[in-house]
Design a protein around this ligand. Sequence first.
Ligand code: 5AD
Ligand code: SF4
Length: 368
Amino acid sequence: MKAIDHILSKTGLSKDDLVYLLETRDRNERATLFSCARSTMLEHCGNNVGLRGIIELSNRCGKNCFYCGIRAGNLEVERYTLDDRHVVAAARHALEQGFGSVVIQSGERHDRAFTSHITGLLKQVKKLGCGALGITLSCGEQTEEVYREWLDAGAHRYLLRIEASNRKLYERLHPADSNHSYDRRVDALMTLQRLGYQTGTGVMIGLPYQTTSDLAGDLLFMKDLNIDMVGMGPYIPHPDTPLSQPAASIQSPEERLELSLRMIALLRIMMKNINIAASTALQALDPMGRVKAVAAGANVFMPNITPVGEACKYRLYEGKPLFDDMAVATLAGFEKNINKLGLDVAYHAWSDSRHYRERMHPAKNTES
Ligand code: 5AD
Ligand code: SF4
């Protein structure tokens, strides 16, 4: 029996197994890994790929993560916060185009003006189509009270990436202060889960200082936490950040892409019915990156539907479609490519994670 057949026949993969499969150079083993992930996805998630439109509400952020282009310390960035009417118009247009869900994403802020703004916005988006749109939030670490307020206002999924589950690595990627505490991040994830959110996390792949053992640890972390959804993708250096300095050497784009696809495939095999997003960062490394992610076991596609600049204002005033043509073209191209894989885009559906439904209602068989 080949090493991979032995590994894949086990009920639980060990850290050594995961490292082996992340590193193997054997072409047949690689093909077996991806084909096992694909068939697992078909069996446990069906042949529909969930669709969510991402709205980047604001790039104002109070934090200073060393890898992130919109960190507070980057004075080169022009900061913006979208007007509510633009957000609501984008969400309405998404609904009309057949999107069943939106993701509202923003930098992390804790002031009351911000948290209340999100609450108000959720209520407005929730009203569209009488609650037809599912809403995922991704607005960082907040208190339990704020998470509860947002849940009550209509959010039901939350994405909070752990970024790197190895505490030491996490600490190399963030300033050493209470605003960037590893423990607080883990606590926030557990709070979200306890409150009843469909909870998502994720990591960056191919970071400086990161080993394959760290990545294997990330997969085990997500499994241990019993997470419902995952968005993980390659690290892409941003020139205006401390982590992009030459001393912090990283793997080639090809290697980071390959590792990202293997991480998706392995996670699909380990957590059969969770939602795994084909992350946007993959696209930065390869125009077919997100399609390859689906072929590797991802089952959610999240095109960016943020209204853009003056064109957006113009279009809004004119009552013309708010999507920029890129978003429409991206979705059409993606759909054509996944059709070739025998998969369809799930229009007009929330596409909740089956894992979540089973976690919340273990008695019911919710596989249908
Ligand atoms: N490369 C890839 N992903 C990044 N993120 C932030 N900076 C980078 C980068 N340089 C991701 C983080 C964060 C999400 C909003 O964007 O994982 O959680
Ligand atoms: Fe970037 Fe998020 Fe860190 Fe803010 S909290 S600097 S948006 S990664």
